[in-house]
Design a protein around this ligand. Structure first.
Ligand SMILES: [Zn+2]
Length: 78
């Protein structure tokens, strides 16, 4: 079994409940737009600028990876 620091356990618990790990705001109020890669994914951007992915099929959130954030950046801003 891999030992997980308390902090990351709390963070994954927050995400599971649909809250931002940084500011604890509900992600249901965050900005969301469809992912360019996957129909069933939504990019959820919190007001604190953290980015999550919401999986509509699984009904769950997870932190977006750096490359996923980059791949989904608005092209007009690049
Ligand atoms: Zn936040």
């Amino acid at each position: 079994m891999v030992w997980q620091p308390i902090k990351s356990r709390v963070q994954s618990e927050l995400i599971k409940r649909g809250h931002c790990v940084a500011c604890c705001k509900s992600l249901s109020e965050a900005d969301r737009r469809p992912s360019a890669q996957n129909d069933h994914l939504e990019i959820v951007s919190c007001t604190c600028r953290r980015v999550y992915l919401y999986d509509k099929r699984l009904n769950h959130y997870r932190r977006a990876l750096d490359e996923e954030v980059a791949a989904n950046q608005n092209p007009t801003l690049q």
